[in-house]
Design a binder for this molecule. Structure first.
Ligand SMILES: C[S@@+](CC[C@H](N)C(=O)[O-])C[C@H]1O[C@@H](n2cnc3c(N)ncnc32)[C@H](O)[C@@H]1O
Ligand SMILES: [Zn+2]
Length: 402
């Protein structure tokens, strides 16, 4: 079939799909080919799509029945066709894209993989598409919002299109606002203040899930975050929704602020959107900065991570090793304290040599504190030790190394 532009066939997961030939759209080295092509296709998001397959399969098994899923911004249909082919118990997949060329290619890819009887493709605005499904008997079990930039414009209609207990997956690629480079844009879009701290990627996940919590609460819907991760240039969050004003109130109770001292690394959480905020660092007396309001609850669920791990094994995923490593890190940090330290950042500030991360963790544990790695930063760790103890332990180790 001719699509009127250069294409090629690629393999991902268990499927073969026709995608735009990205090399044909690169005119100079700085060109970002996925956004230049007539239909969006980004090979570097394979891991994102792999994890979506695992999360959807875990969700379907927890529900224990057939599920209907949708991808309102599908590009070439790769993610949605993978759901139809690779996830057991998926009986209906609704794909949509505002770009008519995308819809045509997505339809073709469904046929190519022989799932056209279960995959329906439409070509309209994502909010219209989601709103058409936001009615009893039409709602879905899984909605995957994977846009350019922030998912916020689609969040309200995505929540309304979910059945009670449904799973919402959100990608956000607008890391500059979320990580505090453009704080006013973050406040506008996500309703919370970001901070340029070493744990800004965790703050990004908490701002995104906080925004979702407040948006869902308007519809008397509560949220529970089951899994989230941060990779390179984007973050991703998976949350279930549950109907009921009391559930929504309970979710709002998990909103609050993170206070941070840029002088001494001290950080603390303040629960409650309307709580008064301390201005002065209790540790060093410097001025405290605040991030939020944001989600202070768990950003991953251990049990859900284990289910995803189980699903990852033996599927023949190209990135199985990398995925299993990430799942294990996310699982291990799921119940650890909010925020993390980065050993190199502490050493930069204190003008120290950087000791091995493992020895920092060992020494904190030997001193009776919890200390675990984080998937957010390869030099990061979470601990319940106060910031002054973290600084002391690192200073001591740096001196030994010298
Ligand atoms: C990042 S791409 C999607 C990639 C895809 N989810 C994947 O995993 O390969 C975003 C897509 O959203 C589509 N889009 C942008 N605005 C839209 C809107 N208002 N309604 C529906 N689709 C839209 C674009 O045409 C593009 O294909
Ligand atoms: Zn301080």
């Amino acid at each position: 079939m001719s699509f009127g532009f250069s294409t090629e066939t690629v393999k991902e997961g268990k499927i073969k799909v026709v995608v735009p030939k990205l090399s044909a759209y690169v005119k100079k080295p700085s060109d970002y080919a996925p956004s230049k092509a007539p239909v969006f296709y980004n090979p570097t998001m394979e891991q994102n799509r792999d994890l979506a397959v695992l999360a959807l399969q875990a969700h379907q098994k927890l529900l224990g029945r057939e599920v209907s899923v949708c991808e309102p911004l599908t590009g070439c249909g790769l993610r949605g066709v993978r759901f139809a082919v690779e996830v057991e118990g998926v009986h209906r997949v609704f794909l949509n894209d505002i770009n008519p060329k995308s819809a045509k290619l997505a339809r073709f890819n469904a046929e190519l993989n022989k799932v056209e009887d279960r995959v329906e493709v439409t070509n309209e605005d994502a909010n219209l598409f989601l709103s058409r499904n936001a009615a009893p008997k039409k709602r879905l079990d899984y909605v995957d919002v994977d846009p350019f930039g922030p998912p916020v414009p689609y969040m309200d209609s995505a929540v309304r299109a979910l059945r009670n207990g449904g799973l919402l997956a959100l990608t956000a690629t607008d890391m500059a606002p979320l990580c505090g480079v453009h704080p006013r844009a973050c406040l506008r879009k996500y309703g919370g203040q970001p901070l340029r701290t070493e744990y800004c990627h965790e703050l990004a996940v908490r701002l995104l899930t906080g925004c979702l919590t407040m948006m869902a609460a308007k519809h008397a819907i509560g949220v529970d975050v089951l899994f989230s991760h941060s990779v390179d240039h984007y973050i991703r969050a998976y949350a279930t929704v549950s109907y009921g004003a009391r559930r929504a109130d309970k979710s709002i109770q998990q909103m609050g602020y993170i206070l941070h001292c840029f002088s001494c690394f001290h950080r603390e959480t303040v629960t409650g959107i309307a709580s008064p905020l301390k201005q002065v660092c209790p540790s060093c007396g410097a001025k405290l900065s605040a991030a939020g309001p944001l989600w202070l609850g768990r950003i991953a669920n251990k049990n859900f991570c284990s289910l995803m791990e189980g699903e990852a094994e033996g599927r023949g995923l190209r990135q199985e090793k990398r995925i299993l490593k990430m799942l294990s890190l996310v699982k291990n940090e799921a119940e650890a304290p909010v925020t993390y330290y980065a050993v190199d950042k502490v050493c930069d500030k204190l003008n120290l040599r950087v000791p091995a991360l493992k020895t920092v963790l060992d020494n904190l544990r030997n001193a009776g504190f919890q200390a675990v790695l984080t998937h957010f930063n390869s030099r990061g760790f979470r601990t319940d030790a106060p910031a002054n103890v973290v600084a002391e332990v690192i200073t001591e180790l740096a001196a030994q190394k010298a």
